[in-house]
Design a protein around this ligand. Structure first.
Ligand code: VIB
Length: 259
């Protein structure tokens, strides 16, 4: 990315807010009444970094997974690292619990941690075994750099910041995979059922259960983002962009079998 790109992104006027709202140029809110209707929502984060978001959702790994042409070894490498990723994400939910100021946020964090520890890790281990990866192999795995970078970035962001910073760092994970399943289902090239060895992956993320969890995360973010200033939104945008780029690196790691 060029310096000019970076600089232009730091200008508030480059934010693409939904059309029915004011653009946050310096003269856009000459008085307090107008300032009061300046609110953000989760879509504004995606719209602030459309190239990164699209590069993540429509990544070559995703397309190949959808049409069934993905190399099985690339998928296995991804699955193994995703096991380590899930463990670190459990810690991120524990951090969310620590950062919670309300009972509702504390419960939400506990449920995220519990879902990973009591359900998702077991499902993942079972799914890995169907792909010829044993639990013993998972237990011995070293973390790839892409896994380290992404998960520790999320944990550091949560440590430095508040619960909203942490949720924004988690949002490409929480929202992206549901969006990917939905995007794959709109593509003609996507093969479903027996014709695609990766069908179960799509099935997991298109499921009502997962789609509902994604919607509730979006609703939580929309509620929090409604109250932030343009300056705070810019900070959050940078976290969102970083985490989205780290998701892209995770796909690249799968394709390149990088460690
Ligand atoms: C690299 C990577 N990014 C996102 C997910 C999806 N995901 C992982 S944990 C979690 C929330 C709790 O279930 C979700 C949605 C993944 N598996 N791997």
């Amino acid at each position: 990315m060029t310096k000019a790109d970076t600089e232009s992104r730091e200008q508030p006027s480059t934010h693409c807010l939904s059309d029915n709202r004011l653009y946050d140029t310096p003269n856009a809110y000459p008085n307090r009444e107008q300032q009061a209707i300046m609110t953000y929502q989760f879509d504004d984060l995606k719209n602030a970094y459309p190239e990164e978001w699209q590069a993540y959702i429509e990544h070559r790994f995703v397309r190949q997974l959808g049409d069934g042409s993905l190399a099985p070894d690339a998928f296995r490498h991804y699955l193994k690292q995703d096991y380590l990723f899930l463990i670190q994400f459990a810690r991120a939910f524990a951090l969310a619990a620590y950062k919670s100021a309300t009972m509702s946020d504390l419960r939400q964090a506990k449920e995220g941690l519990q879902a990973i520890l009591d359900t998702e890790l077991d499902l993942h281990i079972r799914y890995c075994s169907e792909w010829g990866i044993s639990e013993a192999e998972l237990a011995e795995l070293p973390e790839a750099r892409a896994t380290l970078a992404y998960t520790r970035y999320v944990l550091d962001t949560g440590n430095r910041g508040d619960l909203l910073d942490l949720h924004v760092a988690l949002s490409p994970c929480m929202v992206g995979y549901g969006e990917i399943a939905n995007w794959l289902n709109t593509r003609q090239e996507t093969r479903r059922g027996e014709a695609n060895p990766y069908d179960a992956w799509i099935e997991m993320y298109e499921s009502d259960e997962f789609q509902e969890a994604m919607q509730s995360e979006i609703a939580w973010l929309n509620e929090q983002l409604a109250d932030v200033s343009p300056k705070r939104f810019e900070q959050l945008g940078r976290i969102f962009r970083d985490a989205t780029r780290l998701e892209i690196d995770f796909w690249e790691m799968g394709l390149n079998l990088s460690d």
